[in-house]
Design a protein around this ligand. Sequence first.
Ligand SMILES: [Mg+2]
Length: 176
Amino acid sequence: MLEIFKPTWMVNSIYSVSPAQLKEQGIRAVFSDLDNTLIAWNNPDGTPELKEWMNALHEANIPLIVISNNSKERVAKAVNNLDLPFVSRSLKPLSFGIERARKKLGLEKKEVVMVGDQLLTDVAAANQAGIRSILVQPLLNTDKWDTRINRFFERRVWKKLMKKYPDLKWQEDLND
Ligand SMILES: [Mg+2]
């Protein structure tokens, strides 16, 4: 049961994960959570680091697709300034959103990765979909109320996970 919450990698900042590193892993597309992974609620335009990372992916021909549980309206508004394709109402921790995006790209499971800040939604959805995942530190420590409830359960899962998989460590990048 616990393995459903086990990320493939845990990386402090996604901006340190270069296109070259992704390609080394055979990854050809990146799926990402939105809130607190790509953007913080108090900075909806994204940071210069995010834009730089997005440009690097774009130049390397690695599509970046937002997979969010939020409504179409909310996600469309949020990604408007970032000009990113997205899947809304993705039903994480279920695999539907990831599967939809992957099939649309015509890629195999081993060729995509899911990035997110939550074990209970992002990582669990990746594992249900049979793809690899990168857990990142949330951009902000404050969450919306629904996420705060998730965080309570997440802390309990986290403790068990660390006990069962003592090798899981926060890394600087995929090769760290
Ligand atoms: Mg999030």
